[in-house]
Ligand binder design. Sequence first.
Ligand code: B1M
Length: 279
Amino acid sequence: METAVLTADVAGQENPRRGEAVGRSLVCQDDKPSNCLSLTKLSKEDNVMSEDEEDIILEELELDELYELMHEDLYDGYAEEIEEEVHEALGRGIVPYEILTKGLVAGMDIVGVDFRDGILFVPEVLMAAKAMKAGMAILRPLLAETGAPKVGTMVIGTVKGDIHDIGKNLVGMMMEGAGFEVIDIGINNSVEDYFAAIKEHNPEILGMSALLTTTMPYMRVVINALKEEGIRDDITVLVGGAPLNEAFAEDIEADAYCRDAAVAVDTAKKFMQIRKAKG
Ligand code: B1M
């Protein structure tokens, strides 16, 4: 069995995650992608290929390998490659939600761990976020394309002091796909911003997102303001974001904590049914 080990640091770039070369090549046995030991990529600028190196042919990758490649390209912030890989997965008939979760969200989890551990820094994470958004942009219309009748309206935004928007965008996309009209008010929202959107759109549901332990307490500020305004009972407040949990949601008197976008959809639907039943 012939083994082609293709990890030479042709691009002169170390991948800090695995200490391997950053290159677009495969470590394969018998020239079969299915026998590949790991995936590495050539940098885009690098046209130098040793005799043993081969371009990755996306169509020849097993699905698991395609997802692994997506994780690596997301990590490296390669938006164009992510787009190609999303198209490849779609071309294979993979449902958009699976591509989103197994390809993009799982890849972003890896970025998050290395960001936490000080291996990646803000500029690199921003590149990863840009690549993630490029993939999401392709999936968005497909997730929204269910033809479902309008279920309700949701205003969603990230709280004041917080500029993380990927999770919120994902929730918005999934809610649209489930038939909700979604008014996304973006990031860094004050009580006044939420109130302006609520006044204008009269939503049944308010979604708030926070990714920082320092910004999540602002959700309580918004909920208290809703109470003071006498409109708390008119609106279902759903909250989400990585540092939150059910106990926190209960403590701030939100209606529910949503672990992820799929849970947000289910929870929102459940509350819409309760509202309907109440008349
Ligand atoms: Co930031 N960041 N970041 N960051 N960042 C985290 C959150 C962090 C956990 C990283 C880490 O240390 N491991 C850490 C927070 C630590 C803490 O507070 N405990 C952190 C930090 C510290 C910071 C800065 C302070 C760094 C600095 O400047 N020194 C800074 C803060 C800026 C600010 O907001 N004021 C900062 C900046 C950034 C970037 C700008 C570089 C970039 C954001 C780009 C963007 O969003 N456009 C960024 C990123 C990308 C991350 C990580 C790596 C990834 C977040 C993400 O997009 N995840 C993140 C690490 C992590 O979370 N693992 C991290 C993917 C997304 C799909 O998941 O957002 O959790 P998530 O959303 C999920 C669920 O939570 C839920 O559903 C979503 C989909 O399933 N959900 C909801 C979310 N919102 C919901 C709302 C709902 C329902 C469900 O409403 C109904």
